[in-house]
Write a protein that binds this ligand. Structure first.
Ligand code: SF4
Length: 112
C-alpha cells in the first residue's frame, strides 16, 4: 500500500515554528508501506519557520496580515499533482491522533 502523509507527522521539522508534530501512532501505521511524505506549505514556497496562517473570509492570511493564499494554493496544487500524476486511486482517511494525555487532533492520510 502506498500512503501519502503530512511530513510533520513523520517528524520532519516543517511546521510553522520549525518543529514537528511527530506521531508514534502514525509512524506505526505507515510501517511496511511505501510512504510519500508531503508538506504543502513548504511545497508552496513558504519558509520554515514561518508566521502562522489562517483562512479569513476564504483567503489564507498570516498573523501579520500578509496574504499567503497563493502559496497555500500552489502547495495544495503540487501535492494534488503528486497524487493524480499517479495511476493509483487514493482514498482519504481521517485518523484521530491521541497522545497519552493530549488529543493532537486529526491527521489526513491518503492511501491507494
Ligand atoms: S502543511 Fe501539513 S505537513 Fe506541512 S507543517 Fe502543515 S500540517 Fe505539517
Amino acid at each position: 500500500m502506498k500512503i501519502m502523509v503530512s511530513a510533520c507527522l513523520l517528524g520532519q521539522n516543517c511546521k510553522y515554528n520549525g518543529g514537528n508534530n511527530y506521531s508514534e501512532k502514525v509512524d506505526e501505521y505507515v510501517k511496511g508501506h511505501e510512504v510519500i511524505s508531503v508538506c504543502p506549505e513548504v511545497a508552496g514556497g513558504l519558509p520554515t519557520p514561518r508566521t502562522p496562517c489562517e483562512i479569513v473570509n476564504g483567503v489564507v492570511m498570516n498573523r501579520n496580515g500578509e496574504n499567503k493564499d497563493k502559496e497555500f494554493r500552489a502547495g495544495a496544487y503540487l501535492v494534488q499533482v503528486d497524487m493524480t500524476g499517479d495511476s493509483y486511486q487514493w482514498h482519504r482517511l481521517d485518523v484521530e491522533i491521541w497522545d497519552d494525555e493530549e488529543n493532537y487532533g486529526f491527521a489526513t492520510i491518503f492511501e491507494d
